[in-house]
Design a protein around this ligand. Structure first.
Ligand code: UD1
Ligand code: MG
Length: 474
């Protein structure tokens, strides 16, 4: 059901000067997503009539993130503050009665918290309801000045705090619910009375409170939800929390995670019951893992699809690859083996130090240590096809596009540039030459050259010979 009187405005036009970055603040990532994407997604749970994102800095890139998620954008150019951003959004708000305002830099707020905010706003018949949090260190945030009980008289920005107000530790999350017919007249009275000459949305609170309107404060269920990411440290904090929540969700789905704080999981990843994830594993992108799998330490899986009962050995890199149940009955991928867009058949083994990219490998084939598929020529990617019961010798390079037929052998150290017929042997390496007695002769020569220097007189005599020998050594 959609809430027909409700709209959402996300403020995402600012540059984010404190991040010292060429990338707009809301495009920075935490927990595997851009900040603004988190905010749009949480807003979607409110089923509002529309979601408006105020864009400005790197507007096109921000729009490219939020529009596919169903949001509409309005351009704030230049950016004269959070109050000015609301003026810019006014026309797009149409006939909505209530608005939930969210800053694009607060990725930790949860849908339940926003629903509770709206419920409190409606129940209190309020002009404004502010989501707040009590923080041990409130520095950097606007502070809530309470009038009595749940009623607020003002939000005071950090730069404008009096000595007494510095003690206040309840902060403004910049997440609000407003009754629009009360907000607009109040906002019209706000002046840019600050060192940045900006219109602060926060200043509209004191105007409404002075008029005797109900301005409420609602504490967030979890104080972390109020985090606004203004600095790199804030981003790291948001990332830490989002990653923790994702791991908690996997654990609740029956996944064992060892030393969880070392494991990094992207938001869309899924894993089945009784799967075990060892320390220092990264599960990225759209990776899907079945039940009873083990992902051993140090492995990185991105966009990988694993069936049930798959074991990924330590330090494997799997990208855009699929491993079926029990890895197709006994196929084995060892450590320091990277797979990209490859399929590996039943009983096939690639145990050590190997790169298999764009490769299709049949059943019961052995891929020797150090095998590399050379799948890229600097312009395009090419496939490597290896049949059943093939033996690829150690340290072979397979220059794609190339095919190795069923039952064929490739000699160790070969660089294979032509197809290898079924049942054949390909050797593509320099032929070995042995030189009997070469080593001791060489050692004698070297030892003679190293002999201790003679006294000055003797040296003079031998000079011509030494010079000759030196030039010969070159
Ligand atoms: C703001 C609040 C502060 C609150 C804090 C919570 C104001 C004046 N201050 O401070 O009370 O404690 O958030 O995190 O509102 N933006 C625009 N257009 C602009 C300016 C900003 O769209 O002209 C956007 C930014 O992109 C950002 C959001 O508004 O996503 C908040 O702006 P930011 O500069 O982060 O405000 P804070 O200083 O964090
Ligand atoms: Mg901020």
């Amino acid at each position: 059901m959609t809430a027909n009187d409700l709209a959402i405005v996300i403020l995402a036009a600012g540059k984010g000067t404190r991040l010292k970055s060429s990338l707009a603040k809301v495009l920075h990532r935490a927990g595997g997503r851009t900040l603004v994407e988190h905010v749009v997604r949480v807003g979607a749970a409110l089923k509002a009539k529309k979601t408006i994102v105020v864009v400005g800095h790197q507007a096109e890139q921000v729009a490219a993130v939020v529009e596919p998620l169903g949001a509409e954008t309005v351009l704030q150019q230049p950016q004269h503050g959070t109050g000015h951003a609301m003026h810019v959004a006014r026309r797009a708000l149409g006939n909505a009665k209530l608005v939930v305002v969210l800053p694009g830099d607060a990725p930790l707020v949860r849908a339940e918290t926003l629903k509770a905010l709206i419920a409190a706003h409606r129940a209190g018949n309020a002009a404004a309801t502010i989501l707040t949090a009590v923080l041990a260190d409130p520095s950097g945030y606007g502070r809530i000045v309470r009038k009595s009980g749940a009623n607020v008289s003002a939000i005071v920005e950090e730069s404008q705090l009096t000595e007494e107000q510095r003690e206040l530790n309840e902060i403004n999350s910049s997440i609000y619910c407003f009754t629009l017919e009360k907000l607009w007249p109040a906002l019209a009275q706000v002046k840019p009375n600050n060192q940045h000459r900006e219109l602060y949305l926060t200043d509209a609170i004191a105007v409404m409170a002075a008029k005797g309107e109900a301005v409420l404060a609602q504490l967030a269920a979890d104080a972390r939800e109020a985090l606004g990411c203004n600095t790199r440290a804030d981003l790291a904090e948001a990332d830490r929390t989002l990653r923790e929540w994702k791991r908690d969700a996997l654990q609740n789905d029956g996944v064992t995670i060892q030393l969880p704080e070392t494991v990094l999981v992207d938001p869309e990843v899924t894993a089945g019951e009784d799967t075990v994830i060892e320390p220092c594993v990264q599960l990225l992108g759209k990776t899907k893992i079945g039940a009873r799998c083990t992902i051993r330490t140090g492995s990185v899986l991105s966009d990988a699809i694993l069936g049930d009962e798959v074991i990924v050995e330590p330090h494997c890199v799997l990208a855009q690859s699929r491993l079926d149940d029990r890895v197709k009955a006994g196929a084995r991928i060892g450590n320091f083996v990277e797979l990209k867009k490859s399929t590996v058949g039943e009983g096939t083994k690639a145990m050590h130090l190997t790169y298999l990219g764009d490769a299709k490998i049949g059943a019961k084939t052995n891929i020797g240590a150090g095998t590399i598929t050379c799948n890229y020529d600097g312009f395009h990617k090419y496939p490597t096809t290896i049949g059943n019961k093939v033996f690829i010798g150690t340290n072979s390079a397979l220059v794609a596009p190339v095919r190795v037929g069923d039952g064929a052998y490739v000699a160790a150290g070969s660089t294979i540039t032509d197809n290898v017929p079924s049942d054949g042997l390909a050797i593509a390496r320099g032929r070995q030459e042995n030189k009997p007695g070469w080593a001791s002769k060489k050692r004698r020569e070297l030892a003679a050259a190293e002999k201790p220097k003679k006294p000055a007189r003797a040296r003079k005599k031998s000079k011509p010979r030494r010079t000759a020998k030196k030039s010969r050594r070159r």
